[in-house]
Ligand binder design. Sequence first.
Ligand SMILES: Cc1cc2nc3c(=O)[nH]c(=O)nc-3n(C[C@H](O)[C@H](O)[C@H](O)COP(=O)(O)O)c2cc1C
Length: 423
Amino acid sequence: MKAFGFDVRWKVAQPYVTVEDYRKAALKRLPPFVRGYLDGGAEDLVTLNENRDAFLRWSLKSKVLTATGTPDISTAAVGQNLSLPILLAPTGFSGLYRWESDIAAARAAEKRGTRLIASTVSSWSLEEIAQATTQDHCIQLYPREGDFAARLMKRAWDAGYRSLFLTVDSPVLGNRENERRKGMSMPLVLTPWRMLEMAAHPRWLYETLRYRRVSARNLVSGSSFSDAAESFKIHARELVQSTLSWDDFSWMRDHWKGRIYLKGVVDADDARTAVALGADGVVVSNHGGRQLDFAQSTLAALPPIAAAVGGRAEILLDGGVRRGTDVIKAIALGANAVLIGRPFLYGLTVAGQPGIEHVLDIFRSEITRALTLMGVRSIRELDASWLIDRRDFSAKDDSQHTPLSLASSLEAHTQHEPKTIRA
Ligand SMILES: Cc1cc2nc3c(=O)[nH]c(=O)nc-3n(C[C@H](O)[C@H](O)[C@H](O)COP(=O)(O)O)c2cc1C
């Protein structure tokens, strides 16, 4: 409606402009124990925060009057041409946020020209996810020799999965204290206070009780809260194993005909070993800061890994990617593409499939705009020469130019940073 020259709308729609907008809205919609599971990390959250801070280290170069046109941001990853350099990371139990969970994610990814990597502990079974989409699929498992893994691999292959991601950063579950403090446990312990917290989120409570998609459907056949408790047990007993070795990886390599990736690599020697043993790629990941606190940030770990295996294997990165410029920096430092975990879960929580699509659209428009402003025609042109190390100009007086959290994290990075990258 027009009035006095203004467009007037009576529907009060919350404008979601950034991933952070989705984060704030998503956290409001969830009771504290689910919020703690989604947004928390290990111990003092040092790695969780440094994953973000690491992106602040780099400024972007820009050149003017380059007649860039609309930059090409498509890339090749997981044996596919993706229309943007972002995949959706495997995230378990995502039916806790919204029942459509993995189906919504797989469909949103496909609609936006990319892929979901389905988690072993997804809330929908790998067959259900495959049936909901048409292209070939990606799945995450844990490396483990034996019948349990063989059965899952066969099911995945038969359902059309061709890229297998083996998560190797979880020989034991990370110490997620905040999650425990907020009452995230399986079985869920119901106290009067927890029931009040749930009742204070009626929409979440109604949908969760009505649709009940809270278990790991690859591991159990039901999807209620007691099935969820059972799937947590199976997860802990069969999948989180501190006895795993490179032999388990080699066994899986031998038993999988498709592409295979190691997820959770932060060490260049490990990346070399993985490729020597037949990995098609690695995901530089610390599980979004949920496993080893004080693990190096993934962006800081990337350059030596790119130097070790770049060109011979695909390199993907995740952890703290929240902006188009983060994607640009990761690619400039040697990644082929990135994974996002929490950002798409925020979109899922707020609006289901359209929410995830919108989060991907936000990334797409941020990447495209930033590349245009930089004068870059294609993400394939990016390399470290497009980055400027802020430490070079902030070294003289950190206090004037550098936020406090960045200053301390830069100090940490200074000690560990490889010497190879210099803009
Ligand atoms: C709630 C949640 C559940 C996750 N579940 C899994 C999982 O089942 N398997 C896995 O390999 N990684 C899992 N991850 C790690 C993600 O795949 C990814 O490494 C991480 O989320 C990337 O960091 P970001 O959230 O900052 O993007 C999970 C992460 C979150 C936040």
